[in-house]
Design a protein around this ligand. Structure first.
Ligand SMILES: C[C@@]1(CC(=O)O)c2cc3[nH]c(cc4nc(cc5[nH]c(cc(n2)[C@H]1CCC(=O)O)[C@@](C)(CC(=O)O)[C@@H]5CCC(=O)O)C(CC(=O)O)=C4CCC(=O)O)c(CCC(=O)O)c3CC(=O)O
Ligand SMILES: NC(=O)C1=CN([C@@H]2O[C@H](COP(=O)(O)OP(=O)(O)OC[C@H]3O[C@@H](n4cnc5c(N)ncnc54)[C@H](O)[C@@H]3O)[C@@H](O)[C@H]2O)C=CC1
Length: 208
């Protein structure tokens, strides 16, 4: 069955990882990048990103209280599954890293170009395949796309403020069909802006 694809805001929200090994660290890195208020509980905790609250000891059911999200990354499959069901009962969004049937969500493979985020999932069927597809897309979508996004976002906020949605949509379709990325790749932003001005002038008589 297809999954609902969303991008979660976790900044400042209490999150928990149970387990302190390699996989726990990988998951912790992603949560910290997104600004989570993260605690990690395990008897042995390896290196963790800066800012993680480390609780040394075995997990207790109360550790889940008040959590927004929890990830169970111990090397004990039975425990991870048990924690998932416990967390569900407490209404905590959660996942066992070793059991696709004990998860409210899966982590996709992610490609970032500034605020451009491309997430790849296989609905749990092939995590390494997700990474492979992310790398293929990465060869096509270089850093210039992140810069282009910043430009378009600024343009939208400044020049298109107050312009109707229908008009904005039409204009974006027009601009995005141009070879805009070549301007960003070669740093010819002034030339790109001149071209946009010409497009705006040519469309200025249009009504909604
Ligand atoms: C369901 C899911 C839950 C979750 O973790 O979110 C899950 C589950 C499991 N992964 C396992 C193994 C591996 N996982 C990776 C890598 C990644 N795993 C990621 C996500 C996910 N993994 C979610 C589904 C994502 C989707 O829908 O595609 C990625 C995309 C993102 C990330 O981790 O952030 C990241 C790659 C990104 C990158 O390259 O950057 C590798 C490859 C490697 O390490 O190089 C291997 C070894 C090869 C193999 O087994 O395929 C096992 C078996 C464990 C065992 O047997 O012991 C399970 C459990 C099971 O399948 O039952
Ligand atoms: N989802 C994914 O992307 C992947 C998942 N895995 C799975 O992830 C699991 C963890 O792998 P690693 O991090 O490499 O294992 P690891 O052996 O490095 O770490 C296990 C951690 O669990 C902790 N732990 C054990 N019992 C605990 C308890 N009662 N309470 C709290 N913490 C406890 C240990 O102290 C240790 O820190 C494995 O079972 C593996 O199957 C493996 C690869 C990828």
């Amino acid at each position: 069955m297809p999954l609902l694809t969303v991008n979660l805001h976790v900044a400042g929200k209490r999150c928990l990882i149970v387990g302190g090994g390699k996989i726990a660290r990988q998951k912790a890195e992603r949560l910290m990048e997104a600004g989570a208020d993260l605690s990690v509980v395990a008897p042995e905790v390896g290196s963790m990103p800066k800012g993680v609250r480390i609780i040394r000891g075995t997990v207790e059911p109360e550790d889940l209280d008040g959590m927004y999200l929890a990830i169970f990354a111990t090397d004990d499959r039975v425990l991870n599954r048990k924690l998932y069901h416990l967390a569900r009962g407490k209404g905590v969004l959660s996942m066992a890293v070793d059991d696709v049937d004990a998860a409210d969500f899966f982590a996709p493979a992610v490609l970032r170009r500034g605020d451009l985020e491309i997430a790849v999932s296989t609905c749990g069927k092939g995590p390494a395949f997700s990474g492979h597809i992310r790398d293929l897309i990465g060869n096509l979508i270089d850093e210039s796309y992140g810069e282009a996004l910043e430009w378009f976002a600024r343009f939208r906020q400044t020049r298109l403020k107050g312009v109707s949605m229908a008009k904005r949509a039409g204009l974006f379709r027009h601009l995005l069909a141009l070879d805009y990325i070549e301007y960003f790749r070669s740093g010819r932003i002034a030339q790109w802006e001149a071209r946009v001005e010409a497009v705006l002038a040519s469309r200025s008589g249009e009504t909604d």
